[in-house]
Design a binder for this molecule. Sequence first.
Ligand code: NAD
Ligand code: LMR
Length: 320
Amino acid sequence: MARKKIALIGAGNIGGTLAHLAALKGLGDIVLFDVVEGIPQGKALDLSQCGAVEGFDAKITGSNDYADIAGADVIIVTAGVARKPGMSRDDLLGINLKVMKAVGEGIAANAPDAFVICITNPLDAMVWALREFSGLPHNKVVGMAGVLDSSRFNHFLAEEFQVSAKDVTSFVLGGHGDTMVPVIEYSTVAGIPVPDLIKQGRSTQERIDAIVQRTRSGGGEIVALLKTGSAFYAPATSAIAMAEAYLGDKKRLLPCAANLTGQYGVDNLYVGVPVIIGKDGVEQVIEIELNEEAKGNLQVSVDAVKELLDACKAIDPSLA
Ligand SMILES: NC(=O)c1ccc[n+]([C@@H]2O[C@H](COP(=O)([O-])OP(=O)(O)OC[C@H]3O[C@@H](n4cnc5c(N)ncnc54)[C@H](O)[C@@H]3O)[C@@H](O)[C@H]2O)c1
Ligand SMILES: O=C(O)C[C@H](O)C(=O)O
């Protein structure tokens, strides 16, 4: 059987980390693409030289030519600009929208059968625009944010309850911004709902509320520390989990930015919801019961994403 091909559009911090993880996990041969000459080639050579130590034999190449992504099974898009301290993700919209146009056209022309995972921010608007520019089916274009945000929430909850993060599960829904919605009612430690753990006196509502807030500003906390860019290890790990779900037809239920067609009362917009990922890409959107507070918070988040889509349409009338 032919090896799978993974194309990474953007060979920066996340792109390089994605390539490393994909090689270590043996997902397939890897093409790193970037507009900057030398960066993808240099990273590809460096990563290839890990193979003899790690025992992998993936072919890793760097390119500045979209023709080299031809036949890719999975494409992960990180092309664009990351924020710096003092900026919001939304400040990246104007510059990254232009990048999505170039990337969408490159994918459409060279790898229209790929499963495409977008990471570029502001995520919900960029994945929507990338889908529009590429014209690929909606089930084959998905955004990565919820896996990362839920992983952050799980990490903070694991610290709070002093348990392994492996035993914590949660869903963070909504847009990948300050309005994201960590859902406490669906957060558990080995199946025990967090509200029950509060009742047992293992934490307090105030402490959990503070964790929700820290999760919401989790990306900004790292930007403030790094000063030169944003998080890349956990974002890369999260996207690789989504790629593995597709390549292995795993039917994983993950929070991802998916196109909604009426679910949660939302139409024609990408936002973070639980989905099943398998060989057909986003195979199902799962609707979960939300209490009134979570419903209201999700609506606020959806409205924030809608505003970003309007901004995209104002910048590029071809999207209107
Ligand atoms: N969705 C999420 O949860 C999440 C998490 C972390 C970062 N991000 C976003 O991911 C993006 C990438 O982050 P990073 O840390 O890898 O940034 P980075 O600056 O390290 O890398 C971005 C790369 O994109 C390249 N690039 C720019 N324009 C391009 C184009 N037209 N075509 C191809 N490549 C192009 C740059 O040369 C650079 O190498 C940012 O927008 C960041 O905000 C999203
Ligand atoms: O915060 C950022 O700008 C990057 C990313 O969206 C994150 O959540 O880490």
